[in-house]
Design a protein around this ligand. Structure first.
Ligand SMILES: C[S@@+](CC[C@H](N)C(=O)[O-])C[C@H]1O[C@@H](n2cnc3c(N)ncnc32)[C@H](O)[C@@H]1O
Length: 250
């Protein structure tokens, strides 16, 4: 089955089963208010400090068009909406988009759109000031698709526009400590220390939960080659590798 079909099928099933849990898996039974409050906390933690470091004022933010890739039920769009001009949330799963529209029907500056899962076709070129994605690329089972999304960001961002994106920075669920890994397009090879001392090679195919993983060096090289500037990576945890990038000014 093609990757995009598998991603859409799996995320639609997850949205039907328990959308809030599959978006934010720290609880199985979310109270709706608490779930959206956690979205505000995530935005306070990951988005606003970024604007501050870039010297973007609150007044400038009120003019911003923000794009949230893999928006789920609109948890982060909802938290961003009062501070920015407009937010567009895109997602591969129509069930997530339906839920996002329902939960955020009161917000006039939020739009939710379904996408193919490999590109940003419904978004106009040079229309976005800031692009964000959290806990999404870590589930995409192919590096080619992630590359395509970054290429699309270069198209949709305005010159000088920023993106802050989280990708998977380490293999998932290895049966021991990973001391080295190489992430390939559809699978990774890792050297594992089993029981802390026995080294053995481990090969695993990516899927729609344990998606493709990158090293910081590899990600930086790829984005530089594509033409982004101001590339900065930080590793928050093994899984959370963040990258901040800018589309060059003309
Ligand atoms: C763990 S949820 C996170 C949702 C949102 N970013 C948040 O933090 O509230 C992952 C979301 O990414 C979406 N997704 C997965 N693969 C995608 C793809 N290739 N393109 C767009 N969305 C995707 C899923 O449908 C799901 O809604």
């Amino acid at each position: 089955m093609k990757d995009s079909q598998a991603m859409r099928r799996d995320w639609n099933e997850r949205a039907e089963e328990n959308a809030y849990y599959w978006v934010e898996s720290s609880r199985t039974n979310w109270d709706k208010e608490e779930y959206y409050r956690k979205g505000e906390e995530d935005v306070q933690r990951y988005v606003f400090p970024f604007f501050e470091t870039k010297g973007i004022s609150k007044e400038q933010l009120r003019q911003f068009h923000v794009l949230d890739i893999g928006c789920g039920t609109g948890r982060l769009c909802r938290a961003l909406a009062p501070h920015v001009g407009s937010v567009t949330g895109v997602d591969i799963a129509e069930e997530m988009i339906a839920r996002a529209k329902e939960d955020n029907a009161d917000l006039v500056n939020c739009t939710f759109l379904q996408v193919s899962g490999v590109d940003l076709a419904p978004i106009d070129a040079e229309s976005v000031d800031f692009c964000f994605s959290f806990i999404v690329f870590q589930h995409i089972p192919s590096k080619r698709i992630i590359r395509s999304y970054f290429q699309e960001m270069l198209r949709v961002l305005k010159p000088g526009g920023y993106a802050k994106i989280q990708v998977r920075g380490a293999p998932g669920k290895a049966p021991g400590r990973v001391v080295w890994f190489r992430g390939l397009d559809h699978f990774y090879i890792a050297l594992i220390l089993w029981k802390r001392w026995l080294p053995f090679p481990w090969i695993r195919r990516y899927d729609t939960v344990l998606g493709a993983c990158f090293t910081a060096q590899e990600l930086e090289g790829m984005l530089k080659h594509m033409g982004f500037d101001a590339i900065e990576t930080t590793r928050e945890t093994q899984r959370y590798l963040w990258v901040r990038i800018r589309k060059p000014q003309r």
